[in-house]
Ligand binder design. Sequence first.
Ligand SMILES: [Zn+2]
Ligand SMILES: [Zn+2]
Length: 360
Amino acid sequence: MKAKLIFSLLIMFHAVAFAQNVNNIQMPELLNDNARKTIHIPDILGYKTLKCDFHIHTVFSDGIVWPTVRVDEAWQEGLDAIAITDHIENNPSKKHVGGDDNSSFEIAKPRAEQKNIILIHAGEITRSMPPGHFNALFLKDVTKLDTPDYMDAFKAAADQDAFIIWNHPGWKAQQPDTCKWWELHTQLYKNEWIHGIEVFNEKEWYPVALDWSMDKNLASMANSDIHGITAGMYNLEKYHRPMTLVFAKERTEKSVKEAMFDKRTLAWFGDNLAGKEEFLSAIFTNAIDTEFIKESEKGKVYLLKNSSDVPFHLISDDETFTIPKKGEVMVTVRDSGKKYKISNLFIKGTENLSVSLPTK
Ligand SMILES: [Zn+2]
Ligand SMILES: [Zn+2]
C-alpha cells in the first residue's frame, strides 16, 4: 500500500515537472535520420558482400536532389558504396546551379566520410546511340571527359584508370525496337573501354545484356539511375532500390575497384539476382541453413531456413516451392540428388541457376 502511494506520488511529481515546461518540448522519437536498414545478403567465398549503386544523379545534371541527400539516402537504405554520375554533356540546371563536373562529388564527400559511405568520383558520358551512355568510375577529374569527340572522352576516362559501364543498353529512347550491340561497342570493347554493363537500370531489365556480360566477361550491374528521391521512386517498404553487389576483400574504395575489375559482381533487382553461376550458387548455399526434422513415408523431412533478403523460388519437374526471404519452409525429400531451377536467379538471360537442396 505504501509502495503504491509512493509510486502514485512519483507519477504526479513527474507529471507536474513535465507539465511545467511549456516553452519547448522535444520529441526525438519522431526522427529517423540515424536509423539504417540492414540488408541481409551473406558474404561469400571469403569476400565481403557490398551493396552498391553506381548510377545516381543530382542537381549538378538533371537530378533534383542536392548531393549530400544522396549520401543520406544510401546510408538509410543500408548501402556501402555509391557513385554520383552526373551527365557530363547535359546540365539543365547550369543557369541556377554553378560549379563544374566535379562539384557533386566535392559537396558529397565530407558527408560520405561522416556517414561511412564509400563515395566514388564519377560522371556519365552522355551521347546519342551509338555509343549511348556510359558511366566512368574512379575518376580524379571529370571535366577532362568533356570533349567534342566521344572517343576522346573514353580515352580521358581510360587515362584516369576508370572503370567504364555501358548504361541502360536497351533504353527505349535510344534503342526503341531492340537492344543491340553495335560495331562501335566491339571497338570500345577491344580497346578495353567497357568493363561492366547494366543488365538492369531504374525499373527495366535487359536479359540479352546479361548474355553479353557472360560471353564477354563484363561485370553485371543493376543501378537506380535515380533523379528524384529514392523513397519517392521505389517501394522501399517492400523492395529495395536496384543494386550491384560487389564481392570485395575489404570495405574500402580500393577493394571495390579491384573487385569490379575482377568482375566479382551480381545485379540485384526486385527479388532477382543475375550474374555468374559461382556467385549465385554461393549466395544460395550460404543463405540456407538446413535442419533435419524426421523420416516420413514419403522421404526425409527438412526445414530450410533462409537468412537472406532474397527469396528463392524453386522449380522441378513435379513441384514448385519458395524459401521465403528471412523465413523458412518444410520440405519432404525422397531423392537428395534431385535438381531444381531457381526461377529468380539468372545465369543467362533465359537460364536459371540449377541446384540440389543442401540436405547432406
Ligand atoms: Zn543515361
Ligand atoms: Zn543516368
